[in-house]
Design a protein. Structure first.
Length: 499
């Protein structure tokens, strides 16, 4: 059986706690790997390595940092397929989805390669007689990232490339459900020339998380995951004096107006709801159909959903893979049965789906629920699986009111041909990311990612300008120098003595 250990100080460090977690191939249900679960002492070791490396890396030149990052970007590009294969083997998503994840992570590495312009300061001269004021940004020190199972490569790359580009050192605690991609990312960073200790990976569960949140040498914590854990991370780390960005869960709505291109809307709903088996915080999980188009839209979604091919992620003909664990599969299935009991119409029920030859895999088919009420569990909770709820309203105003009543505010979308309606929607809707005829409005790397309300705890979104600001702190320097002509007697700089 394969073993995944920690990566500390630029090398593999065997787990010493005696605790191991199982890693399962979701397509077969077979445990293929064991991952070391760190003790608090092992977390201390990783933080100590990062702290020691910061003494040099924090003072390194921007030219040195960007040279490493450019080499790193080239290595990641060359090893895309290898990283994607690890994701498929442990997460279950199809290879094309895994490649897309790597590509989106590479966007942030590319942003980090241009950190020289992001860290430029400001200067005001002669604010008073011979007084200048400058503003600069400096790294924080040792920072940490705690990342989820659904994007084991992309979300870590949302964090550490920018952090180290800004001069920090980093301790990553990836999900113990699919840990291998994180180790490969760290190994490639070392191969690119990143000094030992600048990027460390410790695997673990709540023991490791709590050790990071309480550690006095960690200045900031980044997190992506569910809302309850995001709230816990924010509360605990803040109480320990740390800067925190904690991105939580979502219930993303897609408002479809009567004038929308229904074929385009149905295509978008299927890809956004069922892609990556619905295991993404930017999935569309609720379609709000306005007016008389609801029946036709539901039928178009059903027709498309029935054609999606589900199978192992390493089968190039598969369009959707299994869920990450058996327990999660059972939880997702329970929402479909519960929705029916709470009055929804089950248009498609994927809970009985299996794949021939892979009967022990964590399979579930696509489910489509119509006439879902806002007080049903399937609507209120983040299901994190291939279940799409359709809600109906009579007017645009009712639709926006419904969306804004949700405690989540991560992403949302509107489908319409009316530019005025789209503009009004983007101003009125209460969400951090908005798509107009775009179902999953994940920003490009140079714009920041993050939601509102219970989808974000902390003041900073992730990557983009917010990411640079999160991993640095501002300093203002006020300077007054005497004129050279006022130098003490005996020092002659060639300036006249009278002026």
């Amino acid at each position: 059986m394969k073993t995944v250990n920690h990566w500390i100080g630029g090398k593999t460090v065997e787990g010493a706690s005696g605790n191991w977690g199982p890693v399962t191939d979701p397509a077969t249900g077979e445990v293929t790997t064991q991952v070391a679960l760190a003790s608090a002492a092992e977390v201390d070791e990783a933080v100590a390595a990062a702290k020691e490396a910061y003494g040099t890396w924090g003072q390194s030149s921007l030219a040195q940092r960007t040279a490493v990052l450019f080499r790193y970007r080239a290595l990641l590009d060359a090893r895309r397929d290898d990283i994607a294969a690890l994701i498929t083997a442990e997460h279950g998503k199809v290879h094309s989805d895994a490649l897309g994840e790597v590509a989106r992570g590479l966007e942030i590495v590319e942003l980090a390669c241009g950190i020289t312009t992001q860290l430029k300061g400001e200067l005001s001269t002669q604010v008073s007689n011979r007084v200048d004021v400058s503003s600069i940004r400096q790294p924080l020190g040792v920072v940490a990232g705690i990342t989820p199972f659904n994007f084991p490569a992309m979300v870590p790359m949302w964090m550490f490339p920018l952090a180290v580009a800004c001069g920090n050192t980093f301790v990553l605690k990836p999900s113990e459900k699919d840990p291998s991609a994180a180790n490969l990312l760290a190994e490639l960073a070392t191969e690119a020339g990143l000094p030992a200790g600048v990027l460390n990976v410790v695997h673990g569960d709540k023991v490791a998380v709590d050790a990071l949140l309480a550690h006095p040498d960690i200045a900031a914590v980044s997190f992506v995951g569910s809302t309850p854990i995001a709230r816990y991370i924010h509360t605990t780390a803040s109480a320990n004096g740390k800067r925190v960005q904690a991105l939580g869960g979502a219930k993303n709505h897609m408002l479809v107006l009567p004038d929308a291109d229904l074929d385009a809307a149905a295509d978008a709903a299927v890809s956004a709801a069922y892609g990556s088996a619905g295991e993404r915080c930017m999935a569309i999980s609720a379609v709000v159909a306005v007016g008389a188009i609801a029946d036709e839209l539901v039928e178009k979604i059903r027709e498309r959903a029935e054609k999606i091919k589900i199978g192992p992620g390493n089968d190039p003909t598969s369009e959707m893979g299994p869920l990450i664990t058996k327990a999660h599969r059972e939880k997702v299935a329970s929402y479909v049965a519960g929705a029916a009991a709470q009055g929804a119409e089950v248009v498609l029920d994927g809970t009985g789906y299996t794949v021939g030859g892979f009967e022990d895999g964590h399979w579930i088919g696509l489910s489509l629920l119509d006439n879902v009420s806002t007080d049903s569990d399937a609507y209120r909770d983040e299901i994190f699986g291939p279940v799409l709820c359709v809600l109906r309203t009579e007017t645009y105003d009712e639709g926006v009111e419904l969306i804004n009543a949700s405690p989540f505010g991560n992403g949302t979308a509107i489908f319409t041909r009316d530019g005025g309606a789209a503009r009004r929607f983007q101003m009125e809707v209460q969400a951090g990311m908005v798509g107009v005829n775009v179902p999953i409005p994940v920003p490009v790397g140079y714009h920041s990612f993050g939601g509102w309300k219970d989808s974000l705890f902390g003041d900073h979104h992730i990557y983009g300008n917010d990411g640079v600001h999160f991993y640095t702190r501002g300093k203002v320097v006020t300077t007054r120098w005497p004129d050279p002509s006022e130098a003490p007697t005996g020092v002659d700089l060639g300036f006249p003595r009278n002026h």
